[in-house]
Design a protein around this ligand. Sequence first.
Ligand code: M7G
Length: 372
Amino acid sequence: MENSEIKSPTYDISKFRLKRILNNNSVRKSISLLGTFPDLSETDEAIVVFEKNAYQESDISTEAASKESPAKPSYFSAELKVNTEFINNIYGSFQVVPSLDLCAVKSTVIYPATDKHVEKYSICQKYLIRETPDLYESTTLPYINESQFSLEWVYNILEHKKETERIVFEDKDPETGFILLPDLKWDGRNVENLYLLGIVHKHDIKSIRDLNGSHLPLLLNIRQSAKDEISKRYGLNPNQLRMYFHYQPSFYHLHVHINPIRNDAPGIWCEKSHMLDTVISNLELLSDYYQRATLPFVVYEGNKLLDLYEEKLTVRSVAAPISESKGREEEPAVESAVDGFSDDDPEERECKRIRLATPDPKEAEATAQVCA
Ligand code: M7G
């Protein structure tokens, strides 16, 4: 929320009115919706995200309850409603509806949602930018300073105004301290898909780009203290944890993402994540590594930063049509790189480009690439 006056709006999720679907992810079993809460405002837009929860092992328990282990909700109970689709020989297909306790859907609401939120939750074309230190100073930094998500929720956590009861661990040292707590994305039920955030107390580190050798005590403290606490509290082996930063992050106040490596959490792709271990090692080798390095990052269609980069680099446009093999070279180029899409609607086209042309050799040297 851009408006710092807005503290905690109240809404009734059941009164949500859908305008359009922003993203329907069948792999993650999540759907992001844009709409309004008409009882509050006809104009303020809201985003509602529904995500089916992962299974907990206790959900499928078949053990009878005892004094030591009282009954927990399980699929295999008298409450299970079973609709048989077919049984053919040794194969059976069913739709089952478990007890109410097991039907919960994790829901996130952002209200009022800004255009930036709509962009973030929409499915869109993505591009890879290779950001040199100069490009960071001239293009990314001014953009971040002028247009970024509010950090109000972060300061609310650090100042113990919100989510206080969710804090898992805190080190209050102003230089090396941090707060460890569940990420908004974690359902909080299942250690299998545990997702914690380590938010630093220091206020002047926007992202890994600002990190230097003087921050090593902070980073080493986060690595050790978070591992110790997670091992103690959740029984997870510290060597099974993935600890990483995003570049670019959505929120420019340094925070570490932590989840188990056996779980493919959202946002762990190599084009977005920088392992805490690697960051520490880079800084140990070279104190100003992140002021000298070229850092790649992904930018989405619709983001103003992409337009700013487009003014300097060739990001969207590509020089030549696809030439799939040498044997096909005599075939006429049916489509130019820009026109090579069947959608007539230019807006649709922006978001649906699925073919990549081979860049001109000179362009291959350019500091931006188009990615699938
Ligand atoms: P990021 O790398 O800045 O952006 O991470 P990303 O969303 O592209 O990953 C910010 C992290 O903060 C994300 O994992 C969010 O799910 C999480 N997050 C965002 N908000 C608004 C909240 C919040 O209010 N509370 C908590 N606990 N986590 C949040």
